[in-house]
Design a protein around this ligand. Structure first.
Ligand code: SF4
Length: 241
């Protein structure tokens, strides 16, 4: 059997802790007497845990002498043109954040872009392979404070690799990234999704772009989903990562 290094064992323990936190928070949210009102607070705590863990993994990476530097910069949006997977919790939390922080006319523009996204998605249109997330505007995320977990943890160390892969469609290009930071975000999502599925709520993971169109059309989407209505039929992500 291969021996796990001390550093790797520490990373694994940190990731296990993240899974437990995400699962516990998702469970407490879904068992709460008023999950609709509770959502912004629960998601904010999870987002802070996610951001803190990612910062800590970045600190550890630099402390070990790793010389890669983050290539991600404000205005760079290659990864916002890829399919983003999120739990319904994250989609509802992002919409709640937008309603709290954006004007009705800004939300209306996001809604229109999300509706276009949904149409292309349902048509299986190949242009979606490089299509911007509905929340993206002028290269900037308009929902930055409420963005899903995976948007928080996917950081590239090589801009050229992003250009090659995402702009030029070179699928053989590998983008170097901080793996524990990425896993933090992925495990947060997967742990929340597992709790949603355990408690028999519909569609534990969905594609963000079209799911936003559904939620932005409804005033009572969260309440309906909490009652078991499958709002995201056809928009579910069935993969495991
Ligand atoms: S939510 Fe924001 S960060 Fe995430 S893909 Fe959309 S625009 Fe990008």
């Amino acid at each position: 059997m291969q021996k796990i290094s001390g550093a790797q064992a520490q990373i694994d323990a940190q990731l296990d802790g993240i899974r437990l936190v995400a699962s516990a928070f998702a469970g407490s949210w879904l068992h709460h007497s008023n999950p609709s009102d509770r959502l912004p607070k629960v998601f904010s705590k999870l987002a802070i845990s996610c951001d803190d863990a990612i910062s800590e993994f970045e600190r550890q990476r630099v402390a070990t002498g790793d010389t890669f530097t983050l290539a991600c910069k404000s205005g760079c949006d290659y990864c916002c043109r890829q399919f983003v997977v999120a739990t319904p919790m994250e989609v509802f939390a992002l919409v709640a954040w937008l309603k709290e922080n954006r004007t009705p006319s800004e939300i209306d523009q996001i809604r229109q872009r999300a509706n276009s996204y949904l149409e292309l998605f349902l048509d299986n249109d190949p242009s979606l392979l490089n299509y911007p997330c509905p929340v993206l505007e002028g290269g900037m995320c308009q929902g930055y404070g409420g963005r899903p977990f995976i948007c928080r943890g996917y950081h590239s160390f090589n801009l050229e690799a992003c250009e090659k892969k995402y702009e030029k469609g070179d699928s053989s290009t590998t983008i170097p990234f901080n793996r524990p930071a990425y896993l933090t975000a992925a495990y947060m999502r997967i742990s929340v999704a597992a709790r949603i599925a355990d408690l028999k709520y519909p569609s534990a993971q969905v594609f963000l772009g079209p799911a936003l169109a559904v939620v932005l059309r409804l005033d009572d989407g969260l309440e309906r989903w909490l009652k078991g209505e499958n709002l995201f039929s056809g928009l579910e992500f069935k993969g495991s990562t």
